[in-house]
Design a binder for this molecule. Structure first.
Ligand code: FAD
Length: 154
């Protein structure tokens, strides 16, 4: 468990059997999403095939992973929203948020906020996106002159 997960789910930070239970269910959700990252994983799909007891826990973990962008990010196809989600998105769309910087953090934050329905503007000081991530074309080859290795796992 990450420190953030321990903060969010203190009841699973010990004993080890509880932590393992959490990790197993969290990885179950992540694995389901990774099967096709172009599709939005709904809570119903995440819970499919689990016992009633597991569903109660998975529901909380799903909300956490979804809210903090550990699943359902990136190259998603447009999705159909439920009525409740539509209402929240409509309310959020009245609020404008300015994100400073179009590095990967700014772009990811803006993308996430847009998915919640907010009206987002990204301000970037340079004439290009990406910040420290920068790819240049040299003749027929693309070369990363900034970040190139993708690291970090849930
Ligand atoms: C040479 C190099 C190699 C690297 N290799 C790797 C790697 O292989 N793997 C890896 O995981 N990480 C690597 N990193 C680190 C990685 O690039 C950074 O951690 C990551 O890109 C930072 O993203 P960021 O969005 O937080 O910040 P940045 O990419 O720095 O983006 C910040 C953006 O905000 C803009 N900005 C700042 N102030 C303002 C303002 N006041 N108004 C408007 N815009 C503003 C900047 O112009 C910039 O575009 C490397 C970094 C470098 C430099």
């Amino acid at each position: 468990m990450t420190n953030h997960e321990r903060e969010m789910f203190p009841e699973y930070s010990s004993p080890k059997s509880k932590t393992m239970q959490y990790i197993k269910l969290r990885n179950h959700i992540c694995a389901k999403w990774r099967k096709d990252i172009t599709k939005f994983l709904t809570k119903e799909e995440a819970c499919r095939g689990l016992s009633e007891h597991q569903i109660a826990i998975v529901s909380y973990i799903y909300d956490y992973l979804n809210r903090y962008g550990f699943i359902n990010f990136g190259k998603l196809k447009p999705r159909i929203y439920s009525l409740t989600e539509k209402r929240i998105r409509t309310e959020n769309s009245k609020k404008k948020i300015v994100v400073c910087g179009a590095g990967i953090a700014g772009i990811a934050a803006a993308n996430r906020l847009k998915s919640f329905g907010y009206n987002v503007v990204v301000l970037e000081a340079r004439s290009r996106l990406g910040g420290r991530i920068c790819t240049k074309k040299f003749e027929n080859t693309f070369v990363d002159i900034g970040a190139s290795i993708i690291t970090g796992l849930v």
